[in-house]
Design a protein around this ligand. Sequence first.
Ligand code: SF4
Ligand code: FES
Length: 249
Amino acid sequence: MELTIKVWRQANKNVKGAFKSYPVKDVSPDSSFLEMLDELNNDLVNKQEEPIAFDHDCREGICGTCSLFIQGEAHGPMREITTCQLHMRSFKNGETITIEPWRAEAFPIIKDLVVDRGSFDRIMNAGGFVSVNTSGNTQDANNIPINKDDADDAFDAATCIGCGACVATCKNASAMLFVSAKVAQLDLLPQGKVESKERVLKMVAQMDKEGFGNCTNTGACEAECPKGISLTNIARMNRLYLNSTISSK
Ligand code: SF4
Ligand code: FES
């Protein structure tokens, strides 16, 4: 395949960025999107040019780092996959492919396509955990029966990989899908119910502090989420937040 890669280049967060186009040749349709970028970077290095900075780690849809806006869509044109799971056969020969970083105030650009998602970490630090009693009197987890529907919903919510596609896609840069998935994952299980009320209040407060926008129910986040995280998590978190606000007064 022969393609034109139009990519956002920005040396650091303090300077303005701009698109730059690069022709690429002999791209295998079976190569992954990130392998295509690796090849382009090899060419740039051979020409003594600065390679394109982009995030990646597991390259199998687990870590959530490979966050690229491709042809105007988070993780590209295919549904329920991450950028590292995207293959070049999803594009047409001769196509111009535009690649941008996530764009949100709470995700400042570090370099080129790499953004700082530390805001997600700070939300998790605010309450995205369970405190475990290590006194020696800890209950065996298998002694507590869990409703199958709750277990399934908790598992589905736990598949969120923290990639940030929901934020990048939302016109308000809302992090509600991410935060609600993390809240649900813990709140639906007995171990997480102990800190339920303070958790949701603290995580939502940190989300607001980081500068994420409000949810206006467009559903774009769910449509672009690589893990199919459901909007029902947002509705569940809103109910929990309201109850926690009332009962903490
Ligand atoms: S909810 Fe989906 S899009 Fe948002 S961070 Fe989690 S996996 Fe990514
Ligand atoms: S590199 Fe880990 S999800 Fe893509």
